[in-house]
Every structure is written in C-alpha cells, then in structure tokens.
Write a protein that binds this ligand. Structure first.
Ligand code: NAD
Ligand code: 6OD
Length: 523
C-alpha cells in the first residue's frame, strides 16, 4: 500500500481543534489537540510520504493513557536503501550545487515555516510524549526552529584558515582550507525531547550542505514526519531530508549505521547503543558523533541563593519527568542546609500537578512508555532493597479514568545510600534522585567524579572563586553554575567519559558535519 499523500499523517477522527487554556501560554486559543485522533505516520523519502514496501507498521501508544494513537510505517532495508539513494542523488543534484546564500536562506525559511505551523508541531510533540504544554511550547518546539536559523548563520559567517609559506625560489606558496560537506549523514535520535534533539543534528547537517537520513525513535515518530511537510513547503530539494521509521537493532537504525553509502553517523541515545553503532561504523571507517547517557551530579553549597537553587534543582531533576540527558540524578548538598533543602525539595515534589498536556495547571507528565516505566519502577524497588530512606514518592500515583492506564510515576527522592548503590551509579532517566550531605569541596568533587558518565553538572554557590574551582574540577562536558539547561547554541555541547564522543554546537558542529581540506598553491 504505497501512498504519496502530501501530509505526514492521515487522520481518521475529526475534532482536532481546541483552544489552549494555559493562561501563561504565548499562543492561547491557537492550539490543536491530537489526543483523540488516530494517525497513520509514513516514511518521508525523496520528498514523498510512503508506506513500507513490506506493508508493515507498528503501533504508537499514548504515554498518557496507553491508547493506540498512531500506526507507524515500519521500515526495513528497502526504505533505508531508498532514503540513502535519494540523499546521494540530492548531493549530486541541485542541493550539492546550491550556492551557500541560497541554502542558508532556505534553512531560514524552514525555521519560519516551523514557527508558522507552531501549533501543529506542539500538538504532535504532545501526542508523542504527553509532556506539559508549557515545556513543549516554550522550550522544545521553538528550539527546533532555532536549530535551523542558528546553524545557517554560523556556516555563512565562519572564516577558514590560510597560511602563506616561504619556498626556496622566494616566490612562496599559499595554503588555504576549504570545507566540504561530509555527504550522507545518518541521524539517529531518541524520544526524550524528540524535535529539539533531531533538529539539533539536522539543522547543522543541512547548513553544512549534507543530506540526511533520519531514524527518529520508534516512541516519537511524529515531529520528524511533520518536518517533511515543512521541507516540501519551502522548497528544500527532494532527497535532502529523509525519514525512515522503525526500530534500532536489526532494523532501520542498524541498517543506517551499516550502510556503505552513509558517510557519517550522528547519534543521541544510550551509551550501550552508542557502542553498538560504533562497531557498525568501524567497518566502513565512518565518522561518529555521540551524545550518550549521563548520571549527572547536582552540587548545592550552603552559601547558595536557596530559592534559586531549589528551583534549579527541582527543574533539573523533574522537568520532562526526569527524562532529560542533562538532568540531575545524584544530588550533593552541603551539610548545614541539607535537612532544609531535602524538606523543601520534597514539598515541591508533592505539589506537582499530574495531567494531560491540555489540563489546566498540569505541570508534570508521564514517562514515555510502559516499558520505560517498568525500568524506572525497578530502580524504585532497587533503591529500597539497597537500604534507601524514601523521602517521597517511590511508586505510581492514583490517576483518574483513562489516565490510570498511562505511564505515570511519582517524583521520588531517596537518602541514606552508599555511593556504590546502583541507583547512584546507573542512569535511570526518570524523575528521581538520591541526596547526600557533604562537608568539603574536595569531598564533593571526588563524589561527583566517581562515575563512568561525564555529561553535565549543576553547581549552586555564590562564591565566585569556588565556582571556577569546581568548574575546573568536575569531569563533565557541560557545567552549569547557578543555572541549568541554559542553552547558547554557539557553545560546545557534549559529554566526557562514557557520555559521548565529540562536541556539537556553533563552529564545533562544522568539525563533524564538514570535511576540512587543504589547498596549496605555488605562487
Ligand atoms: P536508545 O539508545 O535506546 O535509542 C536511541 C535511538 O537509537 C532510537 O532511535 C533507537 O531506535 C535507535 N537504536 C537503538 N538500537 C540501535 C542500534 N543497535 N543501531 C542503531 N540504532 C539503534 O535511547 P533512548 O532510550 O531513545 O533515549 C534515552 C537515552 O538517550 C538516555 O540514555 C539519555 O541519557 C540519552 N540522551 C543523551 C543526550 C545527550 O545529549 N548526551 C540527549 C538526550 C538523550
Ligand atoms: O540543547 C541541546 O542542544 C541538547 N542537545 C539538549 C539535550 C537534552 C537532553 O535531553
């Protein structure tokens, strides 16, 4: 059943439009609900929406109530082959020949079209993730648009190096560097902030002149699919942006990493998936850029601004139901304020408002899936088995009606565990943290660094010298001082240790998405 419909979904139920009731929303009254609509999500290959050649599809369930909300085309080798061939053809055709100015103007147009269709993207992301409207509308979707504009501007303005050298004949030679696109880039993305994280790769890849084959997470297919409509609307040549839906191992994810005509792979996801991808990439000597798991420490000194620290730590631990790679799962609080801080954080957790994205005042959503909930709850059990003191949460909230079937868990805090406990060492990726008191800077540095991951840390202190000392001492790629998840897209982003390989952001993205070549001219 092949379809070339010009839209990423085919709806079977009417009723999509409901006014937004969030008083703090910047676009009240403009939002679309997809919560009650069954959709068919197709691949986007060579500028067209397509079903799978095999006719196979899989169910996408709502995290809110476990209802099936979409049938998603399940790709195989045929779709990956077609997508890679389309991408290669685009590079050989108009896209490969396009002037930089025009390419960048088109990417600005992509950003503008995302903004014009803001409500559709918000609705799609809400349907996929069930997360609160304000998080998606104020953080994730606007970032999707920014990812196209910012990198178009970076690429247009970056200089290249040149060296004048002496030669024995006295005439000299000039070396200069040129940047060429890597070629066909495989983009494999996760479910936790799907649109932000996928466009964070696609934006710079296209700005640098590559063509992409995207494999979004099987849990969150919608915004990647919807973006195809945007690409067609603004005139991005066909084959530049391709999406193949499906799973990872022995499926489109793996097929992209093994494909001999894929030149580079950029991946965000779990560390162990990164290891599998690295092995596959090794065969073709393909370049990889990896943003992987984390077990981030939060560090709160007694001299902090208590209200700001509490708000920052609460967000870093529980925003997006704890499903943020930069999120805090190990918290160290200086002893004089330990009891007060734990009590205040507990109170914040117990005041969250569970609900659908559209529910008035709802500020806390479900986990992404039943499978992920089973994993998180197994860690909740594990913490108690290892002797934790449960401060709050630890289970499943009582939800009304259909929501009782959703992937809800309570925000959870523990104290009293040794640092060797699994919930302190392993990434859970849920709304939970262990809190431990500390007495000295050296002690907390040693505790924070005693982990195989090294993505980020958030440190709260009003002592500037200490802030700098700590920032130099923590073994992570990204340190936030008196802040968290404040993003300037010009800065290097990535993890140390097992949290990643490489840095993306600003000019650093060029290191991955382009190949630098030297030209030497004898004068
Ligand atoms: P995941 O590794 O399970 O899946 C990510 C993507 O990889 C999905 O599209 C999946 O289908 C695909 N995949 C799975 N196995 C594959 C294989 N063998 N070959 C090719 N593709 C494969 O991760 P997830 O559960 O979707 O996301 C959560 C994880 O992502 C957490 O570990 C989190 O820390 C990490 N993450 C890291 C960052 C960062 O910037 N460092 C950002 C967001 C999420
Ligand atoms: O802001 C970004 O660019 C980024 N990569 C954020 C990652 C969030 C992880 O959940």
């Amino acid at each position: 059943m092949a379809s070339t419909a010009g839209r990423y979904w085919t709806g079977t139920t009417a009723d999509p439009y409901t006014a937004c009731d969030d008083a703090s929303c910047s676009s009240p009254g403009r939002r679309i609900h997809t919560e009650n609509r069954l959709q068919t999500i197709q691949h986007f290959i060579d500028g067209e929406y397509r079903a799978s050649a095999s006719g196979q599809s899989f169910e996408k369930r709502s995290p809110l109530d476990n209802r099936v909300i979409a049938q998603v085309a399940e790709g195989g080798r045929a779709e990956v082959d077609a997508a890679v061939a389309a991408a290669r053809a685009a590079l050989r055709g108009d896209w490969g020949r396009m002037a930089l100015e025009k390419r960048c103007a088109l990417l600005h147009a992509v950003a503008d079209e995302i903004t014009r269709r803001f409500d559709d993207f918000v609705a799609a992301e809400e349907a996929d993730t069930g997360q609160p409207h304000h998080v998606i509308a104020h953080a994730f979707v606007p970032r999707g648009a920014a990812n196209f504009k910012v990198f178009a501007d970076v690429v247009k303005n970056v200089p290249t190096e040149s060296f004048r050298m002496d030669t024995p004949d006295g005439r000299g030679a000039l070396n200069y560097a040129i940047r060429k696109p890597k070629g066909v880039v495989g983009v494999i993305s996760p479910w936790n902030a799907p649109f932000l994280l996928m466009t964070w790769k696609v934006g710079p890849a296209l700005a640098c002149g590559n063509a992409v084959v995207v494999k979004p997470s099987e849990e969150t297919p919608m915004t990647a699919a919807l973006l195809g409509e945007v690409m067609n609307a603004v005139g991005i040549p066909k084959g530049v942006y391709n999406v193949v839906h499906g799973f990872g191992p022995d499926a489109p994810g793996a097929f992209i990493t093994q494909h001999e005509d894929v030149d580079a792979i950029t991946f965000t996801g779990e560390t162990r998936t990164g290891a599998a991808i690295m092995k596959a990439a090794a065969d073709g000597i393909r370049d990889v850029s990896f943003e992987l798991g984390g077990k981030n420490a939060g560090i709160v000194f007694a001299d902090c601004d208590m209200d700001a620290a509490l708000e920052g730590i609460f967000r870093s631990t529980f925003m997006n139901t704890g499903q943020v790679c930069l999120g805090t799962e190990r918290l160290y609080v200086e002893r004089p304020i330990f009891e007060r801080f734990v009590a205040a954080l507990k109170a914040r957790c117990e005041a969250v408002s569970y609900g659908r994205p559209s529910a008035p005042g709802a500020n806390y959503g479900p986990l992404i899936s039943q499978e992920h909930r089973r994993k998180v709850l197994s860690y909740y059990d594990q913490a108690l088995a290892e002797g934790a003191t449960l401060v709050t949460g630890g289970g499943v909230p009582a939800m009304p009606g259909d929501l009782a079937e959703g992937a809800w868990v309570q925000p959870t805090i523990w104290t009293g565990l040794p640092e060797t406990a699994r919930v302190i060492q392993e990434e859970i990726f849920g709304p939970c943290c262990h809190i431990r008191p500390f007495d000295t800077e050296d002690e907390v540095l040693q505790l924070a660094n005693a982990n195989r991951y090294g993505l980020s840390t958030t440190i709260w202190t009003q002592d500037l010298a200490r802030a700098h000392r700590m920032a130099e001492g923590v073994e992570v790629g990204i340190t936030y001082i008196n802040s968290w998840f404040l993003r300037d897209l010009r800065t290097p982003f990535g993890g140390s240790k097992q949290s990643g390989i490489g840095r993306e952001g600003g000019v650093h993205s060029l290191e991955f998405y382009t190949e630098l070549r030297n030209v030497c001219i004898k004068l």
